[in-house]
Ligand binder design. Sequence first.
Ligand code: FAD
Ligand code: 2HG
Ligand code: ZN
Length: 479
Amino acid sequence: MDRLATELAGLLGEGNVLVSAQDQAPFLTDWLGKYRGAARAVVRPGSTEEVAAVMRLCASHGVPVVPQGGNTSMSGGATPDEAGKAIVLSLTRLNRIRNIDSVGNTITVDAGVVLARVQQATEAAGRFFPLSLGAEGSCTIGGNLAANAGGVAVLRYGTMRELTLGLEVVLADGRVWDGLTALRKDNTGYALRDLFIGSEGTLGIITGAVLKLFARPQARATAFVAVQDTAAALSLLGVVRDRCGDRVTAFEFMTGDCLALILQHIADARLPLAEMPPAAVLVELSDQDDAAALGEKLEAALIGGVEAGLVIDAAVAQDGTQARAFWRIREGVSEALVRAGKAAKHDVSMPVSAMAEFVAAADAAVRTAASGVRPIVFGHLGDGNLHYNLLPGADQDPAVFAVIAPELTRIVHDEIGRRRGSISAEHGIGQLRVAEMPLRKAPIELELMRSLKDLFDPAGLLNPGKLLPGKPLPSSTSN
Ligand code: FAD
Ligand code: 2HG
Ligand code: ZN
């Protein structure tokens, strides 16, 4: 153990300071297997006070800190660089559910609580926490906050920012900001909470949060619907919303190529339609009515879609098991992509009205640049958010594809820029997109963001190399 590790062990106990290559390995690679870093130590504090003590120590020694929750980032956000100067600060031992307030409709949790546990605990209390995403069995509330996670229910409930009332944050120098209030109204100045949400661990360490709860839906109705293309899916969204209003909870889009990839790689995924469609949407309604009434609403909306020439075929889930089987298809996409190879990943958003045109333009442009390239397109259509992944064609050498991937990304992001969209809707900048920030953000925005970073983290120790490009790491780190 070097001196820093010994001091950290003095604060947290030796068992919570991991220094061997074997112990550190799971913390040093990202979920996609794209990045591999190194760390002086992986530390596992068990309380806010311990996080504060670690931060004070790191500040005094000039040691960079990479916060990590469930390590499911899609942008390399929680993986340290290769220099081996940083510590990884794993928050998963901060795992207490502090309080559920069924009257105020809030839950207060430690940042390291896994999202699925929050869903289960709120359900057991007769309430509902709506954030839902494929990684919910391992991602943490702190990671969801730092990434401002979205997922499949944003259409109805909003992103993590909209689901949060209060935060507790340990600052770079070890001071604790207790903003753990449950107020729905508070106009006393700048919204610090909203600055930390989405800051990807670059402004402070989130240790606790107060989250909003909702009435638990009594019924769900789920359908898997074949459509011609993005334009038809968008028109169908209009029809379903007109008829079902806010009951539309999810509207998830997948192209036929995306479906084929899932069926190829995910053993338990089954297409619930007679034929492979050109594209499909998974529609889910939820509300407080009884299930039969909700099912009838969904079927009436789909008949409206057939009459408008938008629906080619549809399967409506007859029970929870069938609904889960439909969701298994959608949730298998990321896994199928990893098994298929190294995709060039894009997580773009744009005005909903621009989406059909974007897909057509991007498909044409990437195919011109690299014939044979396979766009695997899916996403949260109602949010204007597409996961526009590109895989090498069957005959394309993956090594050659890796060389042209940055050019393909430039093409996709240029198409997004033309439509005033964003190069990250929900996965964040991390290290994957950091080099693009100067190209995609206005200088004035970058300048303001840099000023905020300097204010919160003057020594540049918090998650360096992520989100904001530019400043070199501090050179004086102790041994
Ligand atoms: P990590 O990956 O550990 O960290 C994410 C970022 O937050 C890093 O920058 C890290 O430094 C920082 N961080 C972590 N904890 C803290 C903390 N306590 N304080 C300060 N900074 C912190 N995202 C979506 O938005 N929608 C989806 O539908 C979605 N689906 C996914 C499906 C799969 C299969 C996978 C693997 C990922 C998916 N993601 C999705 C991406 C990812 O953002 C989420 O899984 C999740 O929000 C990350 O949480 P985490 O605890 O794993 O964070
Ligand atoms: C999803 O919506 C996630 O399933 C992951 O955001 C997307 O793997 C991806 O590109
Ligand atoms: Zn997504």
